[in-house]
Design a protein around this ligand. Structure first.
Ligand SMILES: [Mn+2]
Length: 434
């Protein structure tokens, strides 16, 4: 017998009307218009996807619009998309978040087929008939005012566990302690007879568990550089009450990434732009399988490791030229939003190794470690480290480390990294003491 599956598209915080911040100044060089990157563009492609995929329902988890005042444009885009969905025979249900207390009730009153759940802060449940003859319960609660200090779960009526799956739709502040945004504890959600909770409010999407998904859908588009990674609606497939899967669709046209670039191996500062280009290219390769409908990726770079001489000068020039940076492949463009410098100064080990102070002794050992493998002094250092680590691993506390293969390469790398880190610490202490 064919498995009976209901399919629902779940949409998190859209904030229609908001323009993503920190976009590059001259977007036109990417052949992209700002409105193609907006939540409204993502909403339109969400609507098209719902129709193409012929889903049973679209659920909106609140904060659908950014501002209740001055939202005429957002309102008409929302309205147009909802009408398309309804005309295609798709159920559309929403709960209001703290941003759309007024707008959603008004829209629900004027648009038959668009259903607001849990108006005035009263829990409400509807039974959806799906295309394959199955049904689903959708349970929801809407913000009655912009601030709600009590957990909505406190007023959840006693519910029977129905035969069909029950999906909860709620805008709330999860496990955040006291909050004006409907504070809720995970335990409360788990205790309720609800098979999946789709939440709005926090913009970073959750990892959903395989059997009983509970978590945040995330913003539909990353609205600023802190909203990194994949964003988009989630396709939920309900096979039974205990078999509900979630898959996020990469429909957001704009994506933010934060990346670390290690300068330790960079011989001269002049090569910084080449290293940055290569790092962005690598990132593109990593992201390729999940770029979906992404058009533009904004990268926030953090430089780490030991910096070569003259980095500041080259970095200043690189920052000046950021507007010209452009990496484009297969229709996806990358730009650099910001570069922060978290490097440490590179140590001149040779100069440092003069003298008898602890930093000098450490610097001399690091120089020894850089010699060829057959150098007798290096061999002594490495085998002493091997003995120490063996003894350590034999102790019960460290036994979980197991029988690590203490190869020469591993040991040299470990000693170099820990030695350099200790030397940086010693030098920093000296700076403070000065
Ligand atoms: Mn919110």
């Amino acid at each position: 017998m064919k498995q009976q599956t209901s399919r629902i598209l779940c949409v998190g915080d859209m904030h229609l009307g908001r323009v993503p911040s920190r976009l590059p100044r001259n977007l036109n060089r990417f052949n992209i218009l700002p409105e193609q990157l907006s939540p409204a563009a993502a909403w339109q492609s969400t609507v098209q996807t719902a129709i193409r995929e012929d889903v049973d329902a679209v659920l909106l988890a609140g904060d659908v619009v950014e501002a209740e005042e001055d939202f005429y444009e957002a309102f008409s885009l929302l309205d147009a998309g909802l009408r398309e969905l309804i005309a295609a025979g798709i159920h559309v249900l929403a709960v209001a978040g703290n941003h759309d207390v007024m707008v959603l009730p008004r829209l629900a009153d004027s648009l038959p087929g668009f259903q607001l759940l849990g108006r005035d802060g009263e829990w409400e449940e509807v039974l959806l008939q799906c295309q394959n003859g199955t049904s689903l319960h959708i349970l929801g609660w809407s913000f009655p005012s912009r601030a709600v200090h009590l957990s909505p779960l406190e007023s959840l009526p006693t519910l029977e566990a129905p035969a069909a799956a029950r999906i909860g739709l709620l805008h709330c502040d999860l496990d955040a302690g006291p909050s004006p945004y409907a504070p809720v504890r995970s335990a409360q959600l788990r205790q309720a007879p609800v098979d999946a909770w789709m939440l709005g409010h926090i913009h970073s999407p959750s990892e959903f568990s395989a059997s009983r998904p509970i978590g945040y859908l995330g913003s539909l588009v990353g609205l600023d550089p802190s909203e990194t990674g994949r964003h988009g609606p989630w396709l939920m497939e309900v096979r039974s009450k205990t078999d509900i899967s979630m898959q996020q669709l990469s429909l957001a046209p704009l994506r933010w990434e934060s990346m670390e670039v290690d300068l330790s191996e960079l011989e001269q500062a002049e090569d910084l732009p080449v290293l940055i280009s290569a790092a962005v290219g690598d990132q593109r390769e990593r992201l390729a399988p999940e770029l979906g409908e992404t058009r533009l990726v904004g990268c926030r770079l953090r430089l780490v490791g030991e910096a070569p001489a003259e980095l500041d000068r080259v970095l200043a020039a690189a920052r000046e030229g950021l507007d010209d940076f452009h990496h484009e492949r297969d229709g996806v463009s990358f730009f650099i939003e910001r570069i922060t410098n978290a490097t440490q100064p590179r140590i001149d080990l040779l100069a440092m190794s003069e003298g008898q102070e602890p930093p000098a002794l450490l610097a001399r050992r690091l120089l020894v470690l850089a010699r060829p493998a057959d150098d007798p002094e290096k061999r002594r250092l490495v085998s002493a480290a091997k003995e120490d680590l063996r003894r350590l691993h034999a102790q019960p506390l460290w036994s979980s480390l197991g029988e690590r293969d203490l190869s020469e390469d591993y040991l040299v790398d470990l000693l170099q990294r820990s030695g350099r880190s200790a030397l940086q610490d010693l030098l920093a202490q000296q700076e403070v003491a000065k």
